[in-house]
Ligand binder design. Sequence first.
Ligand SMILES: [Cu+2]
Length: 161
Amino acid sequence: MTTSLKLSAVILAGTMAFVPVAQAEDIPEVAVVHQIIDLNADTPAHAFRFEPKYLQVPAGATVRFKGSTGRHTVTSILRMIPVGARAFEIRGKPELNLTFEKEGVYGIRCRVHGRHGMVMLLVVGDPSSNLKEAKAYLPKLGDAERAGFEELFAYLEAQNG
Ligand SMILES: [Cu+2]
């Protein structure tokens, strides 16, 4: 019997163009998030990005963040993570695994490229524990970050009804 976690990973490639990259059957038990610099991209938000920038995993899942080198960081946004979840920042590490126990949404930015819209939304289990609070924080963000998260939250709501 398979014990693989039910993970769904989706790349959001450009505005509202959603390209599924993996199904539950072919994704490894550890979900992997890359940090990309693509100088051939046509928009800043696409040049500096997390891939995938939307990731939904079950509670207790481990996510492997790759590429927090150079100037990229993986930085949780304090008001956009569940109550009781630990804030985190990864920098200067080719890869690092983090395990997520607290259910809810996790708003994540690259500290350097967030101003270009380099953000990602991690959903652990049921997003409802802090979904409202996380969305309520969006007006405090810069324009590119806010736009990035608005797209990601719209996608979350489309996925989860
Ligand atoms: Cu970056």
